[in-house]
Design a protein around this ligand. Sequence first.
Ligand code: FAD
Ligand code: SF4
Length: 508
Amino acid sequence: LKKLVLVLGDQLKADSSAFNNFSPENDHVIMIESVCEANYVWSHQAKIALFLSAMRHFAKDLKSKKYPLTYIAKSKQPIVAELKQHIQKNQFTHLICVEPGELRLKADLESLAHELNIHLDLRQDNHFYCEVDEFKKWAGDKKELRLEYFYRYMRKKHQVMMQANDEPEGGQWNFDDQNRGAYSKKGPGLIIDPLWFEPDDITKEVIAEVKEQYSNHPGQLENFGWPVTRDQALKAMEHFMEHRLPSFGQYQDAMWTNTPFGWHSILSASLNLKLIDPKEVVDAAIKVWKQKNISINAVEGFVRQILGWREFVRGMYYLDMPKMAKANFYDHQRSLPKWYWSGETKMACMQDAINQTMKFGYAHHIQRLMVTGNFALLAEILPKDVCAWYLAVYVDAIEWVELPNTSGMALFANGPRFTSKPYIASGAYIKRMSNYCDSCAYKPSERYGENACPMTSLYWNFLIKHKAELEKNPRTRLMRANLNKIDVAEQHKIEQHAQYLLNNLENI
Ligand code: FAD
Ligand code: SF4
């Protein structure tokens, strides 16, 4: 028996199941940096730098613990090609790896094992609360799956924020109605910045390499301060719990110009690289809630994102792939406007969300869902193009979490499979939740004409186009009913203007 453990770039967990029964005398570890991984979508420079730096720090840690490790840096070959050479040269009989977060890679590993006639041991990822098979069992043969029921199941099973009688703490499962606040019209006030880390020598070297090797990739590196080690990720988590969690709930959906992080945790990248575990993040939030008596809506809102949404979308990914990647409920076929990569649009909301994305590789949930995602849906963009953009530009983007969020939540490309309605909004919503419209070339209340807000025109156009479907759905019936307040002649003008916008998406 000669075993090789493959550690992928998003599996940087010291107590990973890949190391169960690891014997340093007999077994070996391999980590591979592959240029192909950074190139298969046109990845943001900060995303590449984060992965490489975190991998190199993890490798350093393994070496200091005397793990026998081969680290292949800057390979021009795909991961499996490197792996093949290494296995053949050293005659390994077993390949061990935690289930990859992209089914593409899983299929590649399976073919390799088959070709080399070695044993492939793909292990359950012990980072998550819910195992893939458990989710499949929970889903059963239900046609439509909803977060709310899964979340309650998880709360009960893991006894998170539960009272002794199996009722939720605070008497309600969710406090969403308190978590939709906007900032004051005067501005967000003093927001305590998230903890940001000065690049050390390893990160500096990586940044220099990325600047040279991936100079034509999108995004900037000047503001790189992401946690690249478990130690830093834990510090960032503690800082959030101490200073930012209390305001997280109330302002979860709020947006404001040049306010890239709001009160959000900025922990997704550390979680997705597995530098920290969801259980420790949830436990830390509950501890702070109990010790400091902060409001239940902040803590429940935060816990739901991690124990609920994050586990739910992962379950959906493994349940519905590969058909999820091809889903296109509305048969949208338009190309993604080029300015998604540059921010060069007159729409102030899109400009702000895209510019901060290029600056940090980060935008918060409402920006992703109700600004860039909303526009992509209303502008009838091909889901595959939109998903490729999200996968490329966010430092936390790994297919298992990016695809269900983009295809399923933002674009409703899977129909009602796992969200009950399309998340669409006009300029009125963006005006209510931000100050973007104040500095915009367009007017959020105008539905057609030169100054009309494209979000607004395209929103009403969407309602007109899909009125029969929206009428059938109780969750969208009210939206649809509002259309009746607009007379037919005006609806016609909206349609004409929307068509003009759709034909000129590059120049909006
Ligand atoms: P917070 O708002 O502080 O939330 C706390 C944590 O909850 C996050 O760190 C994250 O781990 C988890 N979380 C929150 N919402 C979700 C969600 N919908 N799905 C899964 N986990 C969630 N998240 C990713 O991690 N990677 C992605 O590639 C990604 N792509 C997205 C694409 C679209 C179109 C949309 C609408 C959402 C996407 N999300 C993605 C979910 C969410 O927007 C990000 O997790 C969040 O913005 C990360 O910022 P934060 O750490 O400050 O989150
Ligand atoms: Fe965005 Fe429309 Fe407001 Fe401009 S007017 S910021 S395009 S919502």
